[in-house]
Design a protein around this ligand. Structure first.
Ligand SMILES: Nc1ncnc2c1ncn2[C@@H]1O[C@H](COP(=O)(O)OP(=O)(O)OP(=O)(O)O)[C@@H](O)[C@H]1O
Ligand SMILES: O=P(O)(O)O[C@@H]1[C@H](O)[C@H](O)[C@@H](OP(=O)(O)O)[C@H](OP(=O)(O)O)[C@H]1O
Length: 473
């Protein structure tokens, strides 16, 4: 990861050099004035990928309602109708595969018509899955090597094949966009598809680390919360034969506010990386806001809330919320770099990923073969990660035959999970990182009763990459 990040003015746009890649800062609305919208509805300011508001082709982005919903405009009749039908069917489904899937996607709240710039547009109404986060860090990861559906034209297939080619070929997923409240600089950055399209085998890991604020010390607690959700989706995906999911994304999200509290507790500062020893010894002793305190903070912040923009967030906090600075451009931001791992370590890390995933897979088949699997409502991730961690402890059982050189890391990892469960206090049950599956405009019913290998491979590969980050502690 390069040590310096800078922002400069070029052709009236902020251009940022990140990890050696020049990229525009992404904005969900690139018009000088926002669209004309009914009262109570605004542009979803933390949208990180997908179609956005542009004057040039009158494309529409995602909207949000004051009631906590997001509104996704239907832009194309075919895929739009398919996505609506997907959510409707899922809402009514009673089969176990669909019931479990329902827990992984935003709540569907029907459809509505919104007048945008004088034009009536049908929208899908969904729960805003970022609502509970004060400083939401959000990454959109599009899963699958194949992002076109079985009905795609040959032109569409060709254009899809040409995009994000390096990362898709290597990993079976790509990163169309993300935003992160950076601990080290106190700035929010939002990088879009022009950055994502330049990512390759090596730099994709940098992008994940950037998203995880790794230059302030990779936080195990954060990584495990995200992984525990991904393992659940993986377990589902290994078994399901009902859906073929193309061009759908995983939204990885966490609250930078909670990460900062966690880092402060562990290092006394957010400015420098944690030592591996410190991070191992203390990373779970995070100060925890009780639900009421957290809600209060949330409300206090929201009542002040100006649209959070690049440069407007200082990262410094008081107990009443974030300090905000006046945006300045150009801005020079410096960031302590993360030591690069050698190639051989990356290789070893892939081994770890494979082995951890195999372990999970073995355990998962055990779970699926079990005569009495946990009831579905207990598997629901809402409200508590306790169950997920307990499950993870169980599925990462030491009875498996680990490679010797990786044994101690995995022992640590296992005890980490044990610690998380045993040290859990009531407030810990609040989530501050989560994963949701979104965008089902290209999801079909399976016709061959086979596993969706395209989705599965991308998901496994993402999990391996994230698991390999444990090497960096
Ligand atoms: N339920 C939600 N809650 C919060 N944010 C959401 C939600 N759904 C979508 N978003 C935001 O909007 C972005 C785009 O969503 P989505 O992928 O559904 O749109 P799209 O226009 O169909 O994308 P694409 O161009 O990939 O087809 C996401 O990356 C995320 O930032
Ligand atoms: O990542 P990019 O470069 O933004 O590419 C877009 C992405 O593949 C979208 O999924 C796709 O919308 P659909 O899922 O609706 O096909 C859109 O097609 P579009 O330009 O025809 O809307 C593409 O432009």
């Amino acid at each position: 990861m390069s040590a310096t990040v800078f922002v400069r003015k070029k052709d009236s746009e902020n251009v940022l050099k990140m990890n050696g890649i020049n990229a525009k800062l992404y904005r969900p609305c690139d018009c000088s004035e926002g669209p004309l919208l009914p009262p109570g509805i605004t542009v979803l300011d933390n949208q990180v990928a997908g179609h956005s508001f542009t004057k040039a082709d009158s494309s529409l982005g995602i909207l949000k309602h004051t009631d906590g919903s997001v509104l996704k405009p239907i832009l194309k009749p075919g895929p739009g109708a398919r996505e609506i039908q997907f959510y409707k069917n899922l809402q009514q489904a009673t089969d176990p595969v669909s019931v479990e899937l329902r827990g992984f996607v935003p709540e569907f709240r029907g459809t509505t018509t919104v007048t945008v710039n004088g034009r009536d547009v049908e929208c899908i109404v969904l729960e805003n899955v970022t609502n509970e986060f004060v400083e939401p860090c959000i990454m959109d990861i599009k899963i699958g090597r194949q992002t076109w559906d079985p009905e795609a034209s040959s032109d569409k297939i060709e254009t899809e094949k040409a995009k994000y080619a390096d990362s898709r070929k290597e990993y079976g997923f790509c990163i169309p966009g993300f935003q992160v409240y950076r601990m080290s600089t106190g700035k929010v950055i939002r990088l879009g598809k022009d950055y994502g399209k330049k990512l390759n085998k090596e730099t994709i890991k940098d992008a994940l680390k950037l998203f995880l604020n790794a230059d302030s010390g990779l936080n195990r607690h954060l990584l495990l919360q995200l992984l525990s959700k991904l393992w659940r989706i993986l377990r589902w995906c290994r078994r399901q034969r009902r859906y073929r999911i193309y061009a759908s994304s995983l939204l990885l999200m966490y609250d930078a506010r909670r990460l900062r509290q966690n880092l402060r507790k562990t290092t006394g500062t957010t400015e420098r990386p944690m030592s591996p020893v410190l991070s191992r010894a203390h990373s779970f002793a995070a100060p925890v806001l009780c639900r009421a305190q957290s809600l209060k903070l949330n409300l206090a912040l929201r009542s002040n809330s100006a649209l959070i923009d690049e440069g407007s967030f200082t990262g410094r906090t008081t107990n009443r919320g974030s300090y905000r600075s006046v945006p300045t451009t150009p801005t020079r931001i410096s960031s302590p770099g993360i030591p690069e791992k050698s190639r051989s370590l990356v290789g070893a890390a892939n081994g770890i990923g494979r082995s951890l995933s195999q372990t999970i897979s073995r355990s998962l088949s055990f779970v699926s073969a079990s005569p009495a699997p946990p009831p579905l409502e207990r598997q629901s991730s809402n409200g508590s990660w306790h169950f997920d961690f307990k499950e993870a402890c169980r599925t990462h059982s030491l009875v498996n035959n680990y490679e010797k050189d990786l044994q101690s890391m995995k022992d640590n990892y296992k005890s980490e999970l044990d610690d998380l469960v045993s040290e859990e206090k009531p407030g810990d049950r609040e989530l501050w990182a989560k994963v949701k599956m979104i965008d089902f405009a290209h999801t079909f019913s399976s016709v061959d009763d086979e596993v969706d290998t395209n989705y599965l491979e991308g998901l496994e590969s993402l999990i391996k990459l994230l698991e390999s980050l444990f090497q960096d502690f």
